[in-house]
Ligand binder design. Structure first.
Ligand code: SAM
Length: 291
């Protein structure tokens, strides 16, 4: 594969643009061609896939994605980087340049109708780490056309996203991602592949979308999950007392949902949370949705 960006090219582009990577935007650019190849191969794209890439930055991953799929729509918040990307692709992969659309926008707020071209089928990104979880959840909610994803995130966040019930890493992000998809960790990535070198470790998370486990309103389910994990050491009966109005109410509701009231949130699968939400809706306890 030609045209990928190594350390010299990244330095050159950054210098030309006067880029001073900011922590606020999680700007750590990959300057290792093996890493972008590895991300693309772990994403298991087909030639029909339409990829949404969040935060293309200088284009390291974009250039590796273009030969592997039908189109890439890249959403970049930094206007200087968004403006330069089409030219980088024209210079380095001229034959594939018309496969790319760049959207200058905040991925946390972008709407499906702001993305040109066919509906995205895969999310592949080296995410800005400070907003990685909300970006993934926002895009899954906004783009029901997604069927799979491969994201690079901070290692601890990868653990959380891919965690199964019962462990310390299992929390609200695990359950919310499990609503949409089956997720797993897809390997660690060393710090040295980035410029500048971040002070956290990184890892890949791969996910495959599937039908949600219940027809219940996702926003009600997510508010149950948030309430359960806001006080994760408490029993569900106690943790959901505020949400249901009282500990007696939550005890009744949990029993009706087939969940032991003395269990803790970290022990429950997404379908059990969904059952709680279903019973809550049936009793009119569907609190103001969070998102
Ligand atoms: N993909 C590039 C790479 O691998 O070298 C850059 C990855 S860097 C970790 C994150 C990128 O996300 C930066 O280009 C940053 O400007 C962009 N970014 C940060 N917050 C964003 C947001 N809310 N929406 C879209 N892009 C964002």
């Amino acid at each position: 594969m030609h045209g990928l960006l190594g350390p010299a090219e990244i330095r050159e582009l950054a210098q030309e643009l006067g880029v001073r990577p900011t922590k606020k935007l999680g700007q750590n650019f990959v300057h290792d061609t093996n890493t972008v190849r590895r991300i693309v191969s772990a994403a298991r794209l087909t030639p029909d896939d339409v990829v949404v890439e969040v935060g293309p930055g200088l284009g390291s991953l974009t250039l590796a994605l273009l030969p592997a799929c039908r189109r890439v729509v890249a959403v970049e918040i930094d206007p200087v980087l968004a403006e330069r990307l089409p030219r980088t692709v024209r210079d380095r992969l001229p034959r594939l340049a018309d496969r790319l659309d760049v959207v200058g926008a905040d991925a946390l707020r972008v709407h499906a109708d702001a993305l040109p071209g066919p509906a995205p089928t895969a999310l592949v990104a080296n995410l800005p780490y400070n907003v990685a979880v909300p970006v993934v959840l926002h895009l899954l909610a906004e783009l029901p056309s997604l069927t799979s994803g491969l994201v690079m995130v901070q290692a601890e966040v990868a653990d959380r996203l891919a965690a199964a019930p019962g462990g310390k890493a299992y929390g609200a992000p695990s359950v919310k991602l499990a609503w949409y998809a089956d997720a797993r960790r897809a390997g660690a990535v060393p710090r040295t592949v980035f410029w500048p070198v971040p002070n956290v470790d990184s890892a890949l998370v791969s996910f495959t979308c599937r039908q949600p486990p219940s027809p219940v309103d996702r926003r009600v389910l997510f508010s149950v999950v948030d309430a359960a994990f806001a006080q994760r050491r408490k029993t569900l009966r106690a943790a959901l007392a505020g949400w249901t109005g009282s500990a007696d109410n939550s005890g009744r509701l949990l029993r009706e949902a087939g969940v032991d009231p003395s269990a803790r949130g970290e022990q429950l699968r997404v379908d059990q949370f969904a059952r709680i939400a279903e019973v809550a809706v049936a009793h009119g306890v569907d609190h103001s949705p969070v998102r």
